[in-house]
Design a protein around this ligand. Structure first.
Ligand code: PHE
Length: 340
């Protein structure tokens, strides 16, 4: 029994040297000291010893156990230390490595122009209002003096959802919505996406953007319209730019005018961009038709107003000299990177 005990201790100490991780250590501990372990078997076997032999043998077994426990404990500590060092080495960070460069995005030219427009108009006291793109015929046409079967509807190649719902063909329905729900004074701009059944080409797209302005109060005159648009033109294109009004027709304004701005490219001298005229056509505008005011529940005897609308793509194309409108929609990075 003594020999057996000495052998167990010797073997265990030898094996402990080779243990490489705490799982293996635990396995070894169980094999020796566990319930079915080798040392435990010896303890059990002591029942067969004579009472004289027992105390001496008991002492030996206890010593052996203490020795093994100590050895296992110190082996455990060695392993823990090694594992900690390995983890630290694994997680080490080289703070001197250069960082990874992130690709930086930039504003789309349409958004640059839109931000400028909103900055100009809010600076003049306009409130920004938005409305739905899927719109009732009622707001898109009828309240704007375009009853069903009105010939001017043909000019706006409309996408109909059903008899009473359309994809809005302009941002003017937002005006109609505001006029039916608010009392003057009203001073709003409405930017947004609009839809017309146009073929795609260099200057047309079935989806494009407009921004529309509306002012209603007592004593609003065409002079206010002209002053507002002159200020707008100069903030957008710089000092010296002026507006030119040409008579036109819109069912919702009376009188109506197309508005040209001095060509910002040649300052009015005439160039390729303005086709030699010195003027660029950018806006539709007019005094709000009293009939529209009345239909929307605003007393046309007391209040007058003006409205104007323009295409945002056109402004972006003019500002950046973009040769084809499709560049604005294709998200080609070679194009977009030019607007950093
Ligand atoms: N709604 C018109 C259009 O889409 C533009 C416009 C707005 C004209 C306001 C006059 C007044 O073409």
């Amino acid at each position: 029994m003594r020999e057996q005990l000495a052998k167990i201790v010797e073997q265990a100490l030898e094996q402990l040297k080779g243990v490489g991780d705490s799982a293996a250590l635990e396995q070894l501990r169980v094999r020796i000291m566990g319930k079915k372990g080798e040392l435990t078997a010896i303890l059990r076997g002591m029942g067969q010893l004579s009472p004289q032999e027992r105390p001496a043998m008991g002492q030996l077994v206890n010593e052996a156990r203490r020795k093994l426990e100590e050895a296992i404990e110190s082996c455990g500590q060695r392993l823990q230390q090694a594992e900690k060092e390995a983890r630290l080495a694994r997680e080490a960070i080289d703070v001197t490595l250069p960082g990874r460069e992130r690709a930086l995005g930039s504003l789309h030219p349409m958004n640059i122009v839109l931000e400028d427009l909103l900055e100009i108009f809010t600076g003049m006291g306009f409130e920004v209002v938005e409305g739905p793109e899927v719109e009732y015929d009622h707001y898109n046409f009828e309240l704007l003096n375009l009853p069903k079967n009105h010939p001017a509807r043909d000019a706006q190649d409309t996408f109909y959802i059903d008899d009473n719902i359309v994809l809005r063909t302009h941002t003017s329905p937002v005006q109609a919505r505001i006029m039916t729900t608010r009392k003057p004074p009203i001073r709003i701009v409405c930017p947004g996406r609009v839809y017309r059944a146009d073929e795609v080409d260099a200057t047309h797209s079935p989806v494009f953007h407009q921004i529309e302005g509306l002012v209603i109060d007592e004593h609003i005159s065409i002079g206010d319209l002209k002053g507002t648009l002159d200020t707008f033109a100069q903030r957008l294109y710089g000092e010296g730019v002026v507006t030119r009004f040409r008579p036109s027709f819109f069912p919702f304004t009376e009188p109506s005018a197309e508005v040209d701005l001095t060509c910002a490219n040649c300052h009015g001298k005439g160039c390729k961009m303005c086709k030699g005229t010195g003027w660029i056509e950018v806006l539709g505008s007019g005094m709000v038709n009293p009939k529209v005011l009345d239909m929307c529940g605003i007393d046309s005897k007391r209040y007058t107003g003006f409205a104007f609308g323009m295409g945002i793509e056109r402004l972006a194309i003019l500002r950046y000299n973009v040769p084809d409108m499709r560049y604005l929609y294709e998200n080609d990075l070679r194009f977009l990177r030019q607007f950093r």
